[in-house]
Structure formats: structure tokens, C-alpha cells
Design a protein. Structure first.
Length: 269
């Protein structure tokens, strides 16, 4: 809360609280500091209580947004939503718009779809690499997977200590975005994974990275629900994965099947 990012968000929140308490004609410029604190305190209290018991991951969610003006406004808006949940009379229009843009029920569905997407990618990537590079001495793993991905995966595997699992079962969803474009691998996957059409191969599987970021939100309730646009994106990717990767229907490499989020959507994410 005492970082630059935290203080900037708190100052935005304070400005909003002052504007709210002035709606009845009150003029805070004529008040003493003690009077202003007494007036604002009931609305600041829910935020204080939230951070007093917040977990490290909940605090990290606020801190990791970044230091841009958009990030500051996002943190302040989430604090305002905390106030509104405890104080229903704190009904500023922008809070209602923010809450209306969230899709709690869709987030539940998105979580299930992302889990299935992850399973489909795991099965397809592993089987494709095994078929192409061979399984003797785990040649597919050594040759077909980037070294740093293997190292990071081994660290997770060793830390988990589950000998009933293969080490590659510790791959993260984001890892597949690197594997499918690694060296000559793209020729093995492009007919099923290229949802963007034309462009540099390193960017044609970027949908996996975005799905991975959305997965982090759906599996951590403190990060809040996805927006309706984000839920719709997951549904679009799910349909494409089921059709082209699991269903093995080749994609048209000249057609763009997915479209990147708009600046407004990125700002709200």
C-alpha cells in the first residue's frame, strides 16, 4: 500500500470518495482534516479491512498490474468495487458499469473450457512430437521441446515429488506457445494451430498465451471474474481447438479466425 502504485491508486480512490460525499452539497474545502476523515472513514473502512486480511496473492494481483495510469485506475476501480459491496449506497455510475461488465457465471464456464483446452493441447503436442522425433531415450522431449521449457518443467516436477507422473506432465499451459513454434515444430502444428492466418510464426500461436493469462484469473477467485469479452474469447478459442486440434480439421492458413483484443479490452483486463 505504500508503494508508488498503491499510493496513486489510493489518491484516486480518495478523490472519488470526496466527490461522492459532496453529492449532497457538502463542501470538503471548508472542513477541517478531522471532519473530512470522519466523513470519509465509513467508505474507506471496507478497503482497510480487505487489505488487513488479504493474502499475498491478493496483494500481488494489485501490485503486478503495472505502473501505468490505466493500471492505477484499474486498481482504484477494484477498490471502489470493494467499497460498493460493503456500502450499497456507494453507487457511482462507473462502478455499476464496471460490475456489469464482469461475467461471473461465464467465468465458471470459461474455467472448464480452459481445462479442456489444456488437456487437448497436452495430448496433441506430446503425441505429435513422439510420432515425429521418436520415443527412444525421450528423443521427442530432448529434441522437440526448448531447453528452458524443459529446465523449468523439471524444477516443477522435482518440487512436486510425484513419482507417479511423467516429468512432462508438469508442463504449464503457456509452455505450448513456445513448443509449437520451436525450430521446425511449426511445420508439424501450423495446419491445426494457426488461428491468425499470416504473420511471423512466433506470433501465430499467441492465442495460447492469452488463454494462459485468462486461466490464471479463472483459477484465482481474488482476481475477480472475467469480462464478457474475455469469456467470449475463451468460447471462440474452445470452438477452434475442438474443431481443428481435437477434430483435426485443417485450418485455412490464409484466413484469420481469431482477432486480438481492442485497446479498451486490454485496459479493462
Amino acid at each position: 500500500m505504500c508503494t508508488n502504485l498503491g499510493l496513486r491508486a489510493l489518491l484516486v480512490l480518495l478523490r472519488k470518495l470526496i466527490g461522492f460525499v459532496e453529492r449532497d452539497g457538502t463542501r470538503v474545502v471548508s472542513m477541517s482534516p478531522e471532519e473530512l476523515v470522519e466523513l470519509v472513514e465509513p467508505y474507506a473502512r471496507p478497503v482497510i479491512q480487505f487489505f488487513a486480511r488479504a493474502s499475498a496473492s491478493e496483494v500481488a494481483y494489485f501490485r503486478n498490474r503495472g505502473s501505468s495510469l490505466t493500471s492505477v485506475d484499474q486498481n482504484a476501480m477494484q477498490m471502489m468495487a470493494i467499497v460498493a459491496s460493503a456500502k450499497p449506497d456507494f453507487d457511482l455510475p462507473e462502478i455499476k458499469a464496471y460490475l456489469d461488465s464482469q461475467d461471473a457465471a461465464g467465468t465458471e464456464q470459461a474455467r472448464d473450457m480452459i481445462l479442456e483446452i489444456h488437456k487437448i493441447l497436452y495430448d496433441d503436442v506430446v503425441s505429435t512430437l513422439k510420432s515425429h522425433y521418436g520415443e527412444i531415450r525421450d528423443a521427442w522431449w530432448i529434441t522437440g521441446v526448448p531447453k528452458q521449457v524443459r529446465i523449468d518443467c523439471d524444477v516443477r516436477y522435482n518440487n512436486e515429488g510425484d513419482t507417479s507422473r511423467d516429468r512432462w506432465q508438469s508442463l504449464n499451459l503457456i509452455d505450448y506457445s513456445q513448443i509449437v513454434v520451436y525450430e521446425g515444430n511449426w511445420d508439424l502444428f501450423k495446419d491445426r494451430y494457426n488461428f491468425y492466418g499470416k504473420g511471423a510464426k512466433a506470433k501465430l500461436a499467441r492465442w495460447i498465451g492469452r488463454i494462459s493469462r485468462l486461466r490464471n484469473i479463472t483459477t484465482h477467485v481474488e482476481k475477480g471474474p472475467l469480462s464478457r469479452d474475455e469469456v467470449e474469447y475463451v468460447r471462440d478459442v474452445y470452438a477452434l481447438v475442438k474443431r481443428h486440434i481435437e477434430g483435426e480439421e485443417p485450418v485455412d492458413g490464409k484466413s484469420q479466425l481469431l482477432f486480438d483484443e481492442t485497446e479498451e479490452q486490454r485496459a479493462a483486463a
